[in-house]
Design a binder for this molecule. Structure first.
Ligand SMILES: O=P(O)(O)OC[C@H]1O[C@](O)(CO)[C@@H](O)[C@@H]1O
Length: 527
């Protein structure tokens, strides 16, 4: 396989020549009824992807297709599916797609079929979840479990938390919610203390999640919670399961009620569809809920194999993102779900994108001369409208926007005020924002004028259900993967998190050897 930097491709110079000189790409004249109807791609899970309000047109799209072909993005995706080493920094395969179904060759590692291994673990934790939900597995005082609390951080927290919140109401409406989930992530002791105080420990099952089994925050929180369980007269080994990799120090420990496994080929931020997300979702919302989520993700993974960018929403989204980042020069992007259930989804995408593509060297470690992953942030609408949208509408930076919306609410519990129900108001706000951002509004008073030309995409569906959520999750995973391929990055390691960890250890050992570190330690009352 040929791995080229973006600026070594033939399409790169041609795309540069498409950038309007000295003025923004004006999208206002583009956006009409015909364009909204035609710039729409069906996605898996009953979703669709609208790119009508993007600053891109046929000539750029043809060049983006050429870029995709030249970088062989689909070929690289196929290699990944077939179990090639796609994380060269750590010499690892990248197998999160295999968690939701087989699309490539069987992946055999050290004599083990990894597809079978993941399926076996899925079945094991699904059965476990059934037994807990049916009251067949009880706590140490013989009471059934009502709470599931995940202890983990980063990928062992953000994705699972975002998915749980996204489906909690849906599962209530579907009669599938049995346990309430909580999450402890921060090493800030107030996090663990607050969560512990909000549950009935006798009826709580803790899920300790750490792929590496060495993460400082998670291990500290484990001991914190075990101390609380013991103090309450409970046996921690009957109140805690582990999710980790088989090679981690946490593996095969009889002190846990049970243990479920992933391996080094499932990256933390890509682990939501493994036991990392599956155990808590299956416990709280039922195994069928998690199975439907996996189906939505698998369907998306399949659609991402299509070469034609006009038939592959994740690929198109990725390439438009590259056009915006490298050619139009936009440094950030906002994820704006018009769905309160997706309140933590932007935080998950932040890790997914920024930990994957926040890199300044290529996969061979050579410095790059072009921009890579954007800064990602976001909040649900309409809340964000009353917060940072001011800058988005009238600030000096153009921030491409990724809207998400649904026709129906999850609970269907609504109120009519001034002639419309709240769900309709929510959607009206969404439609209004897309057009306001794209077209703006001229006004002789500069303070009141809106420049427009602020591009956005929209992913929409009927209702946020497990299948739609799985499709949404996998869409962004695949988008980030394709962008990493375009930029010639290794999207699957995260060396940038290491230095801080090393210095923290030095501070805690009292041997920093650095006067600035000592000074800050004194300021913070450590020394
Ligand atoms: O699951 P673990 O091994 O505890 O890691 C948690 C998180 O820490 C990181 O390694 C970053 O520090 C993330 O990539 C990962 O998701």
């Amino acid at each position: 396989m040929d791995y080229k930097n973006l600026d070594e491709t033939g399409a790169y110079a041609k795309l540069l020549s498409r950038v309007p000189a000295g003025k923004p790409y004006d999208i206002a004249p583009l956006l009409d009824e015909r364009r909204v109807a035609s710039c729409l791609l069906p996605m898996a899970g009953g979703l669709s992807y609208s790119w009508a309000a993007k600053a891109v047109n046929t000539p750029e799209l043809e060049l983006l297709q050429a870029l995709s072909d030249e970088q062989d993005l689909i070929g690289k995706y196929r290699l990944l599916l077939d179990g090639e080493i796609m994380n060269p920094g750590e010499g690892r395969k990248v197998l999160h797609h295999l968690l939701r179904g087989q699309l490539g060759k069987p992946v055999i590692y050290e004599g083990k079929d990894l597809g079978e291994f993941y399926a076996r673990e899925l079945e094991r934790f699904s059965v476990f979840a059934d037994l807990v939900r049916n009251g067949k597995i009880l706590g140490s005082t013989g009471k059934s479990f009502e709470y599931a609390v995940q202890i983990g951080i980063g990928g062992s927290d953000l994705g699972p938390r975002a998915l749980y919140l996204a489906l909690e109401n849906w599962a209530v409406a579907a009669g599938r919610k049995k346990l309430s989930a909580r999450f402890i992530s921060n090493v800030d002791p107030d996090d663990g203390a607050q969560v512990a105080a909000s549950v009935d420990l006798e009826r709580t099952l803790f899920i300790l999640v750490s792929k590496s089994g060495t993460t400082q925050e998670t291990l500290a929180n484990e001991l914190f919670i075990k101390g609380k369980l013991k103090k309450a007269g409970l046996d921690p080994s009957k109140h805690m399961v582990a999710v980790t990799s088989e090679t981690s120090p946490l593996a095969h420990n009889p002190d846990y009620l049970d243990s479920f496994y992933i391996d080094d080929f499932i990256g933390g931020r890509y682990s939501s569809t493994s036991a990392v997300g599956g155990v808590i979702l299956s416990l709280a919302l039922g195994r069928e809920t998690f199975a439907e989520l996996l189906e939505g993700a698998h369907e998306t993974d399949k659609s991402a194999l299509e070469n034609d960018i006009m038939k592959n929403p994740a690929l198109l989204d990725a390439l438009i993102g590259v056009w915006e980042r490298n050619f139009l020069g936009f440094p950030s992007t906002a994820v704006l779900p018009y769905s309160q259930a997706l309140s933590r989804f932007p935080a998950h995408l932040q890790q997914l994108d920024m930990e994957s593509n926040g890199k300044r060297v290529n996969r061979r470690g050579e410095a790059l001369d072009y921009a890579t992953g954007p800064v990602v942030f976001g909040e649900p609408g309409t809340n964000g409208q009353h917060s940072f949208y001011q800058l988005l509408h009238q600030g000096t930076d153009i921030v491409p926007l990724q809207f998400i919306g649904f026709l129906e609410s999850q609970l269907g519990d609504d109120v009519e005020v001034d002639g419309s129900v709240s769900q309709t108001k929510l959607k009206a706000n969404l439609a209004a924002q897309i057009v306001a951002f794209a077209k703006g509004k001229a006004d002789p008073n500069g303070n009141k004028s809106f420049p427009g030309g602020r591009p956005s995409s929209l992913i929409c569906g009927k209702k946020l259900d497990p299948r739609a959520l799985g499709a949404l999750l996998a869409h962004f995973e695949n988008k980030v993967m394709f962008q990493g391929f375009v930029w010639n990055l290794n999207s699957f390691d995260q060396e940038g998190v290491q230095l801080g960890k090393v210095l923290t250890k030095q501070v805690l050992s009292g041997q920093s050897g650095d006067s600035a570190l000592d000074a800050y330690s004194k300021l913070l009352g450590i020394l």
